[in-house]
Write a protein that binds this ligand. Structure first.
Ligand code: AGP
Length: 611
């Protein structure tokens, strides 16, 4: 989730680019850089850390030119560092590239280019693009970029400039967002509207597979095979605040809608096309350590703890390793017994949660290998762990965690398959089958996001919207889904919601059920479906207000439910990722209908850095 800006025209490219990058800082900010074409060739300044550090460097050594590109980074491949920050160059430094996305076959391309004698400067996938453009460059940058992208698989939004063609800015998109802005004798590119809205409101939304040649005279758009594409120019009506939310009323709703793309990012670069093998290169756990491991400790807080519960289920099911799950705030005070060869997996979106950090320190002090699942690149959790799986969800602004949760569940699924294969518990055929199921998840999330009418209608029904309390019930791998659904609703709508294991109702909680008490029951097809239906019938017998979350095509569930929210058929073990989405939307629309401050609920903070 990086930020890209480019400019060609008579303004100062650095001024336009830095203004735009600051408007994109919410997309990622572990490092940044700018490159411009000037009479001496390509000038470039980069910096580690926040944009203000780059500002200071540019203040000290102004970068003059006429065409430029800039980038603020949310690292995916290669740690945050100046050498890994964008722009990246070909060997002769005559071509510069900025990139948002993941080139999934970068490793193969990198090896091929290295075999021709090219020495790479960085650890990034992006640098591969610069060398490929150089390989195909014969005086026409637009043609070279089109040809280079034919070799690339994965997601990209790129900006490219060339010393020998100062009057040309080339951009392209596949999977990652990109817009082109039109001015008088000038052109802009940006990751999204806020980047260029100060200068122009006339934009083209670039589609997947399109490549653009931007000059002072205008924009030419073709597909990678050189077929011309007619683009519509739209006029942006948003105000600044709306622009950062890309038109959504709240960051939370925007982030809910990012989940299909985020899940493709989480998968991207870890399950290579064709190989169908999981690669978690930054975990820093050797095969011997993985094979010797007898116990895994999963430690987290809040929503991350719910993801950890899903992770426990997946690791024990597919890797047959015992998992102990703890709330970080409890783990640190219970004097845990940590056997030899243990692994701890802390889970954290912000990577700054105090209790989770303390749990890491305790585990390390008792000899555990710590491999974190974390979203914020370069965060304390990432730095204090031995290894890391970055969620690649991009910055999550809404206090209520949504895309971070589903990407954590996806990361656990990848880890469980990787661990199962490494330990010889999963055959290659079984692993391939699981990966096939995982690959289908993002499209199924999109299906849910494209069919929200029922959820919006339920969220405005007084019996649900004005409820004083409610239950979320689930079983098995969807017990954490019930806990997460309840947390989502309570933390943004302030309705008292509790998540329970459905089998637990008879042991007390069912005393609360009345005809004005909503019970959201997760009853997707799976091993415990029949048991779940029995629990629903027990609730119905007490006239509870039942909303069931069920699998498309399941008509029988309607007999026991007042309302049903359907989700696409899904491999049960991975269904929490899908189940989360309608429950996030239900919570969001109820809270919005109640006029709550959805992005910044009362009493809450995005990162709990205190105990
Ligand atoms: C989730 O909606 C909450 N905002 C909260 O429970 C959060 O998940 C918890 O504080 C953990 O945060 P972390 O993932 O940044 O460590």
């Amino acid at each position: 989730m990086c930020g890209i800006v480019g400019y060609i025209g008579d303004k100062s490219p650095v001024e336009v680019i830095m203004t735009g990058l600051h408007r994109l800082e919410y997309r990622g900010y572990d490092s940044a850089g700018v490159a411009v074409v000037n009479k001496d060739g390509l000038g470039c300044i980069k910096s580690l850390g926040k944009l203000k550090i780059l500002d200071a460097k540019l203040e000290e050594s102004p970068l003059l030119g006429q065409t430029g590109i800039g980038h603020t980074r949310w690292a995916t491949h290669g740690v945050p560092s100046e050498v890994n920050s964008h722009p990246h160059f070909n060997v002769a430094k005559t071509i510069a590239v900025v990139h948002n996305g993941i080139i999934e076959n970068y490793y193969e391309l990198r090896e091929q280019l290295k075999a021709t004698g090219i020495e790479f400067r960085s650890q990034t996938d992006t640098e591969v693009i610069a060398h490929l453009v150089d390989k195909y460059y014969q005086g026409d940058l637009f043609a070279a970029v089109k040809r280079a992208l034919k070799d690339c698989e994965g997601a990209y939004a790129i900006g490219v400039i060339c010393k020998d063609q100062p009057d040309v800015l080339v951009a392209a998109r596949h999977g990652s967002p990109l817009i082109v802005g039109l001015g008088e004798n000038e052109g802009y590119i940006g990751s999204d509207v806020p980047a260029i809205m100060k200068y122009t409101r006339k934009v083209m939304y670039i589609e997947n597979g399109h490549v653009c040649e931007i000059t002072r005279q205008g924009v030419k758009v073709e597909d990678v095979n050189g077929n011309p594409v007619q683009m519509e120019v739209k006029n942006i009506e948003w105000d600044d605040a709306a622009a950062e939310k890309e038109g959504y009323p709240h960051f939370m709703l925007k982030e809910i809608h990012q989940q299909a793309a985020v899940l493709r990012n989480t998968l991207g670069g870890r399950v290579h096309e064709g190989s169908d093998e999981v690669q978690l290169t930054d975990m820093n756990i050797s095969k011997d350590e993985l094979k010797a491991c007898k116990k895994i400790f999963v430690v987290a807080c809040g929503t991350a703890w719910h993801a950890g519960m899903v992770g426990k289920f997946l690791i024990e099911k597919f890797a047959k390793v015992s998992v102990e799950l703890d709330l970080a705030s409890e783990f640190r005070y219970r004097d845990p017994v940590i056997p030899e060869n243990s692994i701890m997996i802390p889970v954290s979106q912000s990577g700054e949660t105090a209790d989770t950090l303390e749990a890491i320190r305790i585990a390390k002090s008792r000899g555990a290998q710590v491999a974190a699942i974390v979203n914020a690149v370069g965060s304390s959790v990432a730095r204090e762990s031995h290894g890391v799986v970055y969620q690649q969800a991009g910055p999550e602004i809404g206090v209520a965690s949504t895309k971070a949760y589903t990407s954590q569940c996806m990361a656990f699924a990848l880890f469980a398959i990787w661990l199962g294969e490494t330990r010889g518990v999963l055959s290659k055929v079984e692993a391939k089958e699981l990966i096939t199921h995982l690959r289908q998840i993002p499209d199924k999330v999109d299906e849910i996001l494209n069919n929200q009418d029922k959820i919006k209608e339920l969220a405005n029904r007084p019996e649900y919207r004005d409820a004083v309390g409610c239950f979320f019930l689930g079983r098995n791998v969807n017990f954490p889904s019930a806990l997460e659904g309840a947390l989502k609703l309570k933390e943004i709508s302030y309705i008292h919601a509790e998540g329970y294991a459905a089998g637990e109702m008879k042991h007390g909680p069912i005393a609360l059920v009345t005809e004005t008490f909503p019970v959201i029951c997760i009853a997707v097809k799976g091993e415990t479906y029949d048991k779940m239906v029995s629990n629903i019938q027990e609730i119905a017998a007490r006239k509870g207000l039942i909303i069931s979350v069920a699998t498309e095509g399941d008509k029988s569930i309607q007999a026991h439910s007042k309302d049903v929210i359907y989700i696409p058929e899904c491999f049960e073990a991975f269904s929490p990722i899908l189940v989360a989405v309608p429950l996030q939307l239900l919570a969001y629309y109820i809270a919005a209908n109640l006029g709550c401050d959805v992005d910044q609920p009362r009493n809450l903070a995005k990162s709990v850095t205190v105990e």
